[in-house]
Design a protein around this ligand. Structure first.
Ligand code: NAP
Length: 325
């Protein structure tokens, strides 16, 4: 597995997102033993970056990752996130990146992960009620104290990234980026490159859509996050199937799977990018990790660059309001 640098943090260039093991998608939490085998298989295949968050579950995903990493902690860059839940008087569901909340959140995450340091600690969403300087100031104190090694942001806008980076070096931005979500390209990626901040694309498989395995949403559980997502509903879903078919056509030509092509395209965008495809299945982590060995031709990359854009926003209205602040 090739490695890249996020800022000055060394990681395998393909990571593993643990969210779907416990949260958001149909089948979450249904087979923890297979989820743990998936994490172990990822490590055996050379994956070093494991991504979780306090809010996944909530809490159960960090606990699961903690159990899986017992005895192997030193092999892994553990990334987790705070700020999507509040432990102060903001109300449980509120965004909260206040110093007081971060102090409480970090202790909980350390305990659940069974570790005394977090390699990469991300603010999950920008909190409009707390100046980013205050948030990063508190994170910098945690770095001083050895509880956190590196600081990250998620779905932050360029002004926030600059302000944060002026307080303490930001190691990585984690935002949605894939063949159907190209939003970071015009502004965010150039800013990160100017500042030397790494980029971690989340949902690099378009929440599973780009793999071509989702042809209908009938089997989604009612609480599946995608059930009300604009790209997965109604006419948009039907129209977006064309995009999955186009990825499949390139995959057939490249002798790879659509998931591998979606990841290989992201890897070709730069050596400061480390996607974190999510799965709770051994077979799929093997497939996804093997994208490290797929080289797409210039012609194939150009075809992918010019794919029909996805129809529909990538988050629902409430979710969209939290992005790019
Ligand atoms: N910062 C943020 O706000 C944010 C938001 C969303 C996600 N994330 C992070 O990003 C990670 C990945 O994102 P994601 O899980 O939303 O989306 P994703 O990686 O684009 O896709 C995951 C979905 O695709 C399926 N899948 C994975 N590999 C497959 C394959 N080879 N063939 C067919 N289906 C496959 C998974 O199902 P199975 O699990 O059943 O295999 C799962 O439903 C998450 O785990 C999380 O750590 C961060």
């Amino acid at each position: 597995m090739k490695h890249i640098k996020l800022g000055d943090l060394d990681v395998s260039r393909i990571g593993l997102g643990a969210m779907s093991m416990s949260h958001a998608y149909t089948g979450a939490g249904s087979d923890d033993a297979e989820s743990i085998r998936t994490i172990h298989r990822a490590l055996d295949l050379g994956v070093t970056l494991i991504d979780t968050a306090e809010v996944y579950g909530p809490y159960t995903n960090e606990e699961l990752v903690g159990r899986a990493l017992k005895g192997r902690r030193d092999q892994v860059v553990v990334a987790t996130k705070f700020g999507f839940m509040s432990h102060t008087d903001h109300g449980a569901g509120a965004l909260d990146s206040s110093p007081q909340n971060i102090r409480i959140a970090v202790e909980g995450s350390l305990k659940r992960l069974g570790t005394d340091y977090i390699d990469l600690y991300y603010q999950h969403r920008v909190d409009p009620d707390t100046p980013i300087e205050e948030t990063v100031g508190t994170l910098a104190e945690l770095v001083e104290e050895g509880k956190v090694r590196h600081i990250g942001l998620s779905e932050a806008g360029v002004e926030t990234i600059r302000r944060a980076h002026a307080v303490h070096p930001i190691t990585a931005l984690q935002s949605e980026y894939s063949l159907w979500t190209r939003d970071p390209e015009p502004e965010v990626l150039p800013t990160l490159r100017e500042l030397g901040v790494g980029f971690v694309p989340y949902s690099p498989l378009g929440h599973g859509f780009l793999t071509g395995q989702i042809r209908s949403t009938d089997d989604f559980a009612d609480d599946d996050w995608r059930k009300n997502n604009p790209r997965f509903t109604g006419e948009n879903f039907q129209r977006n199937l064309r995009l999955a078919d186009e990825v499949k056509a390139v995959a057939d030509e490249a002798g790879a799977t659509p998931a591998q092509v979606a990841l290989a395209w992201l890897l070709a965008q730069g050596d400061d990018i480390a996607p974190i495809p999510g799965t709770k299945r051994v077979e799929r982590v093997e497939e996804n990790t093997a994208a490290d060995g797929i080289e797409l031709s210039a012609e194939q990359l150009a075809k992918l660059d010019n794919l029909t854009p996805a129809v529909g926003d990538h988050h629902d209205e409430a979710g969209t309001r939290l992005l790019g602040r």
